[in-house]
Design a protein around this ligand. Sequence first.
Ligand code: FES
Length: 246
Amino acid sequence: MADMPSSSKPPIARESPWWLAPNVTLVVFSLFVLYSIWEIFGHNVGRYQNYLSPYFSPDVGLWLGVPWIPALLVAWIPLGFRASCYYYRREYYRGFFREPAACGIPDRSRQYRGETRPPLVWNNLHRYFLYLALVVVIFLWKDAVDAFWYQGHLDLRLGSFILLADAILLSLYTFSCHAFRHLVGGGLDCFSCQNRARYRYRGWKAISALNQRHGLYAWASMFMVWGTDLYVRLLIIGAIHDPRLF
Ligand code: FES
């Protein structure tokens, strides 16, 4: 019989490269956060012709009649929504805090107290961020439609399709949210007792199907926001050309 390890911590039995996913998460999320800080605090304009960066949507500056507006004024909603997302929590608890790094891997610290005190307790605001994010999604679709319309004409350029893809992926991410699933079908004792409950059940089933891919939408939409903003930023500074597709 093999000797038992002398450490008080349980042995790591997994042979798979469990460290890979949390470390990839750590690197990619760190880059995304750094990019977001650079974009939000380093720029006041996110519009190029009929394109609006998702970091600057909705265009509050346009409503107020001022040429520029701090991105932070609107970006805190999607960033708060993402930071408190159940899927992202799992990922950054693993990647950044190692609490634990993966299934079957001991916690790095014995001090973990869950989401019982600031700042982690603020993650419980997720459902309120969802309500705000639902409003932002409406504006993202407006931005996507505007991206196809320039100076009174239909204008099909690469950027138009990038903004459309951004609105689609962010919608999939938002509507597959666990809190949205609960909003639609939660809090009911009986799905078949009333007509209204039956409709809610159908909606809940549809959202449950989307919800199974929530992690995929979380990653895809994050890269899309990142890429869309970068595309608009490069156009603003004149570093790239926006090709007309048709
Ligand atoms: S659980 Fe991920 S956005 Fe709500």
